[in-house]
Design a protein around this ligand. Structure first.
Ligand SMILES: O=C(O)CCC(=O)C(=O)O
Ligand SMILES: [Fe+2]
Length: 307
């Protein structure tokens, strides 16, 4: 693979990411996402919530996990610590999945509903989004930037065959700043507007801007946008971003949520969270156990699965 080009030291981005407040109306937030592919929502989490998350996952964040990247080896630099299955480790982040802003954007962008035709009638369907993967990205000093990419490549999405439509996006990312993110410590590189590009167009470095955020703010972006983790050039600093990624309920999740989240936790989770993890059958022949909705008696279904 070709060597990675670096940003010139005097590089000043010519674009930026629009910022909104967590209290702004959902339609306003959606219209920025539709236009730019991503938006920074300020104040999504409080300082107290960020501190709780760090306490809840502290046993998983040691530097001795460096390089333990499995599939992500070569995609994520060795200095970065990845903590997956995050909503099973942090009750705070599990609750954040139900934040009204995340609920609002997911409902509009990732929900499938309507009718489909079968002989002689219309069959209604309603398929809610799923949690695809929850992972904390902790970039250590010396980590080089990632290659720019589109996360929807995972689901083999093509960008020319169908015209862009906001409500046909495959996946939605929410990157929550656990510390102040700066260009120097590895703030996410982002290319505004790139969700509307076809597959022939690759970004040039001078089209990149950086998701510089205060702790608790979040970049919410479509998986069709070009982006990547930045270089951390600040000795002693760890750039912490907690990632929650949501996918259409018709698609396979990146983490196997039925195995990634301990079953002892599952029974104490909220109905909304269980729906996000795929334990509820939508109005469609998906996610069933014994031809029916496992949520009708989840304790019994889990007991049977553990036999
Ligand atoms: O850590 C980040 O800023 C983004 C990471 C990312 O884009 C990825 O691993 O796909
Ligand atoms: Fe990514």
């Amino acid at each position: 693979m070709a060597e990675l080009e670096d940003f010139p030291p005097d590089y000043i981005p010519s674009t930026h990411i629009t910022q909104v407040s967590v209290t702004d109306p959902i339609p306003d937030i959606l219209s920025v996402i539709d236009r730019d592919g991503g938006v920074i929502v300020n104040g999504l989490l409080s300082t107290e919530e960020l501190a709780s998350i760090e306490r809840e996952i502290e046993n998983n964040t040691n530097a001795n996990r460096e390089g333990d990247h499995g599939y992500f080896t070569g995609i994520v630099p060795p200095e970065t610590v990845l903590v997956g299955g995050l909503v099973g480790k942090s009750d705070t982040l599990a609750r954040v999945c139900e934040h009204p802003v995340l609920e609002g954007v997911r409902k509009e962008i990732l929900t499938d509903h309507g009718t489909r035709r079968i002989e002689g009638s219309d069959l209604p369907y309603h398929i809610d989004p799923l949690l695809s993967i929850s992972v904390s990205f902790r970039i250590g000093y010396g980590a080089q930037r990632q290659r720019l990419h589109r996360d929807d490549g995972t689901h083999l999405i093509e960008h020319e065959s169908k015209p862009y439509r906001l409500n046909q996006t495959a996946q939605l990312g929410c990157l929550i700043a656990g510390v102040e993110t700066t260009r120097a410590n590895g703030a996410t590189m982002f290319v505004p507007g790139s969700h509307r590009w076809d597959d022939k167009r690759e970004p040039k470095l001078d089209e990149v801007t950086f998701a510089e955020m205060k702790p608790g703010s979040a970049l919410i972006f479509l998986a069709s946008c070009w982006h990547g983790a930045g270089t951390n050039q600040v000795p002693g600093a760890t750039r912490i971003v907690h990632g929650l990624f949501f996918v259409r309920g018709t698609m396979r999740t990146q983490e196997n949520q039925f195995l990634a989240i301990p079953r002892s936790k599952v029974l104490n989770m909220s109905p909304n969270m269980l729906n996000l993890l795929g334990y509820r059958q939508p109005t469609a022949a998906l996610g069933m156990v014994e031809n029916t909705d496992p949520m009708l008696n989840l304790p019994a279904v889990l007991k049977a699965a553990n036999r």
